[in-house]
Design a protein around this ligand. Structure first.
Ligand code: FMN
Length: 200
């Protein structure tokens, strides 16, 4: 029998994959920001953002984005990107060690790649790019923003797919997992769901 106790954690980050969000700046360049609060249902993507971030500001003006997914080896670039904001000056609500960065690609030596359906650039060094258009931006109390977006195109590194199909091979995809602000990769597979496209 498990024994439980009532706690008051500061965050509820029980573990989600990390994404790096590309949005379009006023001058047409692309801003990048790591997030871990997102999920997908069919082609609907839901993102949780801080209201004072530059990503939320960009999406309100230009509702186009790319959800780039890093793999487990890329946590250090993700971590340093998380200490930068595209906003200038740095909003007062941001952590004290945050700095403004006009070119986030340059900040982590990544390179932009033109997207096929949106104006935001993809990140060449990241293995998965989901292009999307924001359809709804909802403000919640406490400076929280929920963005609904629909995927418009998906690009993945060749080696992640099963030959000549649109299936991702889960044995090759190694997402970066964020759990209580620690970075993890995946462990060993524990099973295969009945609905999985790939049954091996
Ligand atoms: C691993 C990781 C996960 C993060 N998850 C989120 C998130 O889900 N939502 C969010 O708004 N900020 C998240 N952040 C913080 C933003 O990346 C940070 O506030 C950044 O300055 C935002 O940049 P921007 O102001 O240019 O949008 C995360 C940071 C890291 C490193």
């Amino acid at each position: 029998m498990r024994r439980h106790r009532t706690i008051t954690p500061t965050v509820l980050y029980f573990g989600t994959p990390v994404a790096v969000i590309s949005t379009v700046n006023a001058d047409g360049t692309t801003n990048l920001a790591p997030i871990s609060s997102y999920w997908a249902l069919d082609d609907l993507l839901v993102l949780g953002l801080g209201a004072t971030g530059h990503t939320a500001a960009n999406l309100r003006e230009r509702p186009e984005l790319v959800i780039n997914l890093p793999d487990e080896s890329q946590w250090q670039e993700v971590e340093s990107l998380g200490r930068t904001t595209g906003a200038s000056p740095v909003p007062a609500e941001k952590p004290a060690n945050m700095t403004s960065a006009r070119d986030k690609f340059d900040a982590v030596s990544w390179h932009p790649l033109t997207a096929t359906t949106v104006a935001a650039a993809r990140v060449a060094e990241l293995p998965v790019h989901i292009e999307a258009r924001a359809t709804r931006i909802h403000d919640e109390d406490g400076g929280l923003v929920v963005v609904h977006a629909r995927s418009t195109a998906v690009h993945v590194e060749d080696r992640l797919t099963v030959a000549d199909t649109s299936y991702i091979d889960p044995s090759r995809w190694r997402p970066l997992i964020y759990t209580f602000r620690h970075y993890y990769g995946l462990g060993k597979r524990r099973g295969i769901a009945q609905r999985a496209e790939l049954q091996r």
